[in-house]
Structure formats: structure tokens, C-alpha cells
Design a protein around this ligand. Structure first.
Ligand SMILES: Cc1cc2nc3c(=O)[nH]c(=O)nc-3n(C[C@H](O)[C@H](O)[C@H](O)COP(=O)(O)OP(=O)(O)OC[C@H]3O[C@@H](n4cnc5c(N)ncnc54)[C@H](O)[C@@H]3O)c2cc1C
Length: 389
């Protein structure tokens, strides 16, 4: 069990952790596992008392899988996930291009909640008690030699000290706000509806992208012979329903799915933002706290895991060298560049899926056909499997 932290102003000497991570989402948990594997004293503070119930991400790409392997859950993820081996783009029933990913590494599909549950269990094995739920961090104080992190417990402030703090507290990051870091909007904004259902396509390992005149409809394999459907809409409904989703899918693609087998219908707005800095003094940002990337193309979580891999390396080096103050200069440069690339790729994906008719539709279809031919095809497969994240 990690040592208890001190009530603020109690005069008690605060134990100093190596690293405090704020947020036990997919990114905070991977980072915690990586640091715990090194034997470092890491604590994760999470405001939710229980895990959420809504699975956002499903796609795990080869670089993301490397992070999960380093965290020690690769085999379990492979056992539970569905494999996406190929992708096909169609428009009005005609095939514009198809890709097989096996040469560049398959993409796995596993609901984010399941991945998080595996990570949480792994962390408990590596460092029992490291995850503390029901703790909402409210303040940070960078003292130069360490950082003080404050939350309230039963109405009284409690403070912990850490050599370094990582804000992995999601796109509405309070840590980013406390640091006064700019949150710059990027190109790419649109509304979508989605729902998971039984897979009746007969192609359980293929991602299907329908670039239709009325807007894109995409569907991806899920474990357990299920499939996730996502469709671009002009305006997301207040409450999304499986019936609404099925009607869109049928009208645009002619495909049908069993509404009675559907679950988790929801609507979301895809937006993009990048933090002006990913670190300040002894505090770093990681995952959605540092970059909000449109889910179209499924990059956000994987990008965050690669932040975690880099941070794991840089934090270990900094702690080993006696905790220098500016430990994150390379992290900030390298990971902000990667996030900017991901945002550009996602904006491109969204443009390709926008409604189009006439000359615009014909030009877009010609571009997709070209991209699906060698040598562009190899590049496209690398982009789809996120080799460059
Ligand atoms: C519909 C949809 C589909 C997606 N699909 C994909 C995909 O296929 N592939 C992919 O790579 N990405 C995908 N994404 C993106 C992915 O879901 C996010 O990038 C990922 O969840 C980010 O994880 P995170 O740990 O950075 O943040 P979060 O998951 O948001 O976790 C942040 C955590 O911090 C906690 N927290 C916040 N403030 C505090 C505080 N003050 N104190 C303590 N705790 C705090 C929160 O409770 C939360 O648990 C998708 C997103 C959406 C919306």
C-alpha cells in the first residue's frame, strides 16, 4: 500500500511519490503500469468512483499494441479482441479500393472499457493500491523541487507531493487549465451517430467504409460477432436511437442490421484541439488532455499511449538523474509534432467522408481509387495502421 498523504496544513511531513498521475482513463492507466513495472512509486488519482459505462474507442493499432505489450497486457488483449485484417471503400455499391493490413500489422478491435479493466487489474498486480478512486484533484503547486497536488476529502483539503505530475485528465483537463495552457482549435468538426449491433455483413474481419453522396457510413468489427456503425449527420439528434441509425445505414448503403440486437446508440460531435504546450516545469500533459483528435480514423487513444511510452522513458531518465526541472523538453517537441500530424490526418479523413455530389463526388472517388493503387496503397495502409504516430 502506498503511504497516506497529509491533510493540508497539518504540519505532517508529506511522503513524496515519484509520479502522481491525474486521471485513470486509458492513457493514465498505461503510463501507471509502465512506471510501476520499473518499480517507481506511482499514484493515480481518479475522480470517478467507478469506471464509466460507455465505450468510446475500439481500434488498437500496431504502435498502440506495443504500448499495451510494454504494460504487460498484450496477450490478454489479443485473446479478447477482434482482428481487423482488411478495409474496403465503396460508393453507391461500387468498390473504390481495398486494403489488406496483414503485411503492415493487423488492427485489433476491443471496447475501451475492456482494455481499461485489463489495465486496472494489471496495475493492481504491479503496484497494489496505486489507483485511488473518488479523488478529484483541485490544485497544483509547482515548488521547483517537487509538485504539491491537492484534493478534498470529507470537506478537508489533502495534499500529496510528487517529483513529477502528469495530467491525463481528458479533453476538459483541469490540470491544463490550472497551468494556463492554451487549447487551440484545429480544422475538422462534424457530427456523427453510432451504435453497436450484431454483425450480419458476413465479413467479420473487414472494415467497411461507404463514401456515399449523403455522407460517410463506416462499420468496424467488434469482438463477439458484433459490429460498430458510425454515420456522419448534418445535426446530431438530442437522443440517438438504433432505429435512426438503421434508417441512415439502409438509406445510404442498402445494408440492414437487426435493431433488436443493437446497443449503445449515441451521438457525438468530433472536434479537434491541441494544447499550446505539453509540459510546464514538473508537470506534463498526456492523452486527450494534450490533444483532442477527431474519432474519425480512431487515433486519440493510441496517440495517448505513445505519449505514455515517451513519458515513461523521460520520467525514468529524469528521476535517475536526480529529478532535473526541465525534464520534458523533448517530450513536448516530439509528441506535439505527432499530435499535429494526427490532427491533420483526421481532418483529411473527415473531408473525404463529407457529403459530395456531381464533380466533387467524381473527383473524390478518383482520388480514393488512386490512393488504393500502388505505390500510394502501401502509404495508405501505413496511415491506417498508424505506423507514423
Ligand atoms: C466515439 C469515439 C470513438 C473513439 N474511437 C477511438 C478509436 O477507435 N481509437 C482511438 O485511438 N481513439 C478513439 N477515440 C478517442 C479515445 O476515446 C480517447 O482519445 C481516449 O479516451 C483518451 O483517453 P485519456 O485517458 O487521455 O482520457 P479520458 O479517457 O477522458 O480519461 C480521463 C480521466 O481523468 C479523470 N479526471 C478528469 N479530471 C480529473 C480530476 N480533476 N481529478 C481526478 N480525475 C480526473 C476522468 O474522470 C477520466 O477518467 C474515440 C473517441 C470517441 C468519442
Amino acid at each position: 500500500m502506498p503511504p497516506a498523504d497529509a491533510p493540508a496544513g497539518s504540519g505532517a511531513r508529506m511522503p513524496r511519490h515519484d509520479v502522481v498521475i491525474v486521471g485513470a482513463g486509458a492513457v493514465g492507466l498505461v503510463l501507471a503500469c509502465l512506471l510501476a513495472r520499473r518499480g517507481l512509486d506511482v499514484v493515480v488519482l481518479e475522480r470517478r468512483t467507478e469506471r464509466g459505462t460507455h465505450s468510446r474507442a475500439i481500434g488498437i493499432h500496431p504502435p498502440g499494441l506495443r504500448a499495451l505489450a510494454a504494460a504487460g497486457i498484450e496477450q490478454e488483449v489479443r485473446r479478447r479482441a477482434a482482428e481487423i485484417q482488411a478495409g474496403r471503400v465503396t460508393c453507391e455499391g461500387r468498390v473504390l479500393g481495398s486494403l489488406v493490413f496483414t503485411r503492415v500489422g493487423t488492427v485489433l478491435s476491443l471496447p475501451q472499457l475492456e482494455t481499461e479493466a485489463l489495465l486496472e487489474r494489471r496495475l493492481e498486480v504491479l503496484r497494489p493500491g496505486a489507483l485511488r478512486r473518488g479523488v478529484e484533484v483541485q490544485a497544483l503547486q509547482d515548488r521547483g523541487t517537487h509538485v504539491e497536488v491537492t484534493w478534498s476529502s470529507a470537506g478537508a483539503p489533502v495534499t500529496a507531493a510528487a517529483s513529477y505530475v502528469v495530467g491525463a485528465d481528458g479533453m476538459r483537463s483541469g490540470i491544463r487549465t490550472l497551468l494556463g495552457i492554451e487549447w487551440a482549435p484545429q480544422r475538422g468538426r462534424a457530427q456523427y451517430v453510432m451504435c453497436d449491433t450484431r454483425d450480419d455483413t458476413g465479413e467479420p474481419a473487414t472494415a467497411l467504409l461507404h463514401f456515399e453522396p449523403a455522407g460517410v457510413v463506416e462499420s468496424f468489427p467488434l469482438p463477439g460477432a458484433r459490429r460498430r456503425w458510425v454515420a456522419l449527420v448534418q445535426r446530431a439528434p438530442a437522443t440517438a436511437t438504433a432505429e435512426h441509425m438503421a434508417a441512415i445505414v439502409a438509406a445510404r448503403t442498402g445494408a440492414r442490421f437487426d435493431v433488436s440486437a443493437a446497443s449503445g446508440a449515441s451521438a457525438f460531435e468530433a472536434r479537434q484541439h491541441l494544447a499550446g504546450r505539453m509540459a510546464q516545469g514538473r508537470v506534463a500533459l498526456a492523452g486527450d488532455a494534450a490533444h483532442e483528435i477527431s474519432p474519425i480514423g480512431g487515433q486519440g487513444m493510441n496517440l495517448g499511449w505513445l505519449d505514455a511510452m515517451r513519458l515513461d522513458h523521460d520520467l525514468a531518465a529524469a528521476l535517475g538523474a536526480g529529478a532535473p526541472y526541465e525534464a520534458f523538453a523533448t517530450y513536448d517537441r516530439v509528441r506535439r509534432a505527432a499530435a499535429a500530424r494526427a490532427a491533420r490526418q483526421a481532418a483529411f479523413n473527415m473531408t473525404m467522408g463529407a457529403p459530395a455530389t456531381g464533380v466533387r463526388l467524381r473527383l473524390r472517388n478518383a482520388a480514393v481509387r488512386l490512393l488504393a493503387l500502388p505505390p500510394a496503397r502501401a502509404m495508405l495502409a501505413r496511415a491506417f495502421t498508424m505506423r507514423w504516430l
